[in-house]
Design a protein around this ligand. Structure first.
Ligand code: FES
Ligand SMILES: [Fe+2]
Length: 345
């Protein structure tokens, strides 16, 4: 018989304690400069800023003096200065100056702003780990490949569970139903059997299939047939870092969608998504069009995701029904169960 504590911990909510030991996306790199930026993760506000050398720093958004939000301050001489009484902190949170005491006064030893375990940047995003993380922030190879253009979707904060949104990104059986207004109308209902490959605290699924390539000018020119092959590679890394790489094997070109989720509080998640494409000949208008299309696709998903009653996924496989078509999102649940097990004392 399970204890109450065990059954509660198998529900991966936005505020599950295991998530404190993971990296989460909290801002785009381009948003963080020498103006302090507030970001919320796991019901905790953080302040992010860069010093004049461009080095990224992050602290809990609370001054140790009178607990004012540090994000209301400014960056002054490379230090973060609280907007209330002007105390100055370095990137580790150590107080370096208290204006009211004058330049030569001793600073109280407890005058430290609290810092998370770490902040770092990858593929144009800032990631934060509140405590020592169980894995690394994954790379997106396309982000470092000069042949790719990239376009950010506007970040949105939505009611919803980060785990359920990740589940939805991996789900391949909902397209004809949820996405009939965008790309789903021609999708077949049948999900062919596929394999899931586990890699540490993540997994990937690779499938190659035929599709009608209506965007390919080569079809009209008679160079290529309408029915062509494409390879889809879904990658998941715990807790909420996802990507889909679509390779057009006949027409050439790659279209990668990144999907990075920040569990802000019990009921809301911030959704960051970026497209990387090398098949647009540098055409910004076509990239903007692709970004707008992806926004419409995500809006279709959020109609359902934002209305869930239960804002968690269960890592207990008996709580839901899993079919062959759900192997990928079932593997995500196993991985999240492993994260919970690794982080539970
Ligand atoms: S509250 Fe920050 S310096 Fe007083
Ligand atoms: Fe979807």
């Amino acid at each position: 018989m399970r204890s109450m504590a065990e059954s509660v911990s198998s529900e991966l909510t936005n505020l599950h304690p295991a998530l404190r030991r993971c990296w989460h996306p909290v801002a785009r790199s381009s948003e963080v400069g020498q103006e302090p930026l507030r970001a919320v993760l796991l019901n905790q506000a953080y302040v992010l800023w860069r010093d004049p050398e461009g080095v990224l720093h992050g602290l809990i958004d609370e001054c140790p003096h009178r607990r004012a939000p540090l994000s209301l301050g400014c960056v002054n001489g490379g230090l973060l200065q609280c907007g209330y009484h002007g105390w100055k902190f370095d990137g580790e949170g150590v107080c370096k100056e208290i204006p009211a005491l004058g330049p030569d006064s001793a600073i109280p030893s407890r005058a430290h702003a609290r810092a998370p375990f770490g902040v770092e940047e990858s593929h144009g995003m800032v990631f934060l780990a509140p405590e020592e993380p169980v894995n690394q922030v994954p790379m997106i190879p396309e982000a470092d490949d000069a042949s790719f253009m990239w376009g950010d979707l506007p970040a949105v904060t939505t009611r919803g569970s980060a785990a359920l949104l990740a589940d939805n990104f991996l789900d391949v059986a909902h397209f004809p139903f949820v996405h009939a207004g965008t790309f789903g109308a021609e999708e077949v209902h049948l999900v062919e059997p596929y394999e899931v490959v586990r890699e540490g605290l993540g997994h990937y699924v690779e499938v190659t299939h035929d599709f009608a390539n209506r965007e390919d000018p080569g079809v009209g020119e008679g160079i290529r047939p309408l029915i062509q092959k494409r390879r889809l590679t879904y990658r998941y890394t715990a807790p909420f870092h996802l990507s889909l790489r679509i390779e057009f094997l006949d027409a050439g070109g790659v279209n990668t969608i990144g999907f990075f989720l920040c569990p802000e509080d019990a009921e809301t998640t911030r959704v960051y998504s970026t497209l990387w494409r090398n098949d647009l000949d540098g055409d910004q208008a076509r990239l903007d069009e692709a970004v707008a299309f992806e926004v419409a696709v995500i809006e279709e998903d959020l109609i359902i995701q934002s209305r869930y009653g239960v804002l968690s996924v269960s890592t207990d496989p008996t709580k839901e029904i899993h079919t062959r078509a759900d192997k990928s999102s079932l593997e995500m649940r196993r991985i999240l169960a492993d994260v919970i097990a690794m982080t539970t004392p």
